[in-house]
Design a binder for this molecule. Structure first.
Ligand code: HPA
Length: 274
């Protein structure tokens, strides 16, 4: 498949593949709130992304920049602890690197997690939302530049995006864990600042349920490469203007901390069911 990615990322993928202890089944991008997830699974190998030539350094507190090969319940996992954001100033080709590496290492599925602000008035901080569709003003154009002319294979792969079968596994996992999993549309805003109340009002009118600064490009690109994709948002705050209180990064990380046990339980159950 033709991908307009910088040669250095292809070399980086080859390097990672050479040192991989196994071929992972499932890849996970761990967003805010799941950073500690790695302490409760069996780790085979940890690579600091700073040791990988050409890997974009993370500039965000709480995004550690590690790639783990791990196992849980007999499932071989590739874990990305820390992601690369568009708002850090990186090009989209860098931001999709975890998705690209998951593809090159042979993962058949990717589960993407993120922190998001709730737009839907029925959603509250601490809720988890299955992202059943996506929206963004910026990302689609960037992604089309990245993949170039649409290949037949890529177009076929995008027919089931996000993966309905994977989403059903997640619904089932939530049911088994007695977690009230919300469902909705994840909207990406480029950041780095939070949105204005007027923007959130518009997004709500256009069907957005939650707002965040990641995921859409990672998910789209992974699906294009042929992975089954699903993603879950941890609602960490009311989006701007939904409640009277002012938004802060501390609120986002505090809620992510409070919800982490529930989120971990859900993700573990999903792993056991895939
Ligand atoms: N807006 C954008 N990104 C976010 C938010 C938000 O309200 N909460 C967590 N990530």
């Amino acid at each position: 498949m033709n991908l307009n990615l910088n040669l250095k990322y292809k070399e980086l993928a080859d390097l990672l593949k050479e040192t991989a202890p196994f071929k992972p089944d499932l890849s996970l991008i761990l967003g805010s709130g799941l950073g500690n997830f790695t302490s409760s699974v069996k780790l085979f190998k940890t690579i600091f992304t700073s040791e990988l030539p050409g890997y974009p350094p993370s500039t965000i507190i709480g995004h550690e920049g590690k790639i783990h090969f791990a196992e849980y319940e007999g499932k071989k996992l590739l874990l990305f602890q820390g992601r690369i954001h568009f708002y850090e100033g990186y090009p989209i080709s860098a931001c999709v690197l975890p998705a690209f590496l998951s593809h090159k290492l042979g993962c058949s599925k990717i589960l993407i997690t993120n922190a998001a602000g709730g737009i839907n008035p029925n959603f509250h901080p601490g809720d988890l939302m299955l992202d059943i569709s996506f929206n963004s003003f910026t990302i689609k154009k960037e992604i089309s530049l990245l993949i170039g002319p649409m290949s037949e294979e890529g177009a076929n792969n995008l027919r089931d995006f996000p993966s309905e079968a994977f989403n059903n596994i997640i619904r089932n996992a939530a049911h088994k864990e007695k977690i009230d999993l919300k469902e909705g549309v994840y909207w990406l805003s480029k950041g780095p600042s939070y949105e204005t109340p007027a923007e959130i009002k518009m997004m709500g009118k256009f069907g957005g349920d939650a707002i965040g600064m990641s995921t859409v490009h990672e998910a789209l690109f992974a699906a294009y490469c042929g992975l089954e994709v699903a993603s879950i948002s941890c609602i960490t705050n009311y989006a701007a203007g939904i409640s009277k209180s002012k938004l802060s990064h501390a609120e986002v990380t505090d809620t992510a901390n409070i919800v982490k046990d529930k989120f971990e339980r859900l993700v573990k159950r999903i792993i056991s069911l895939v």
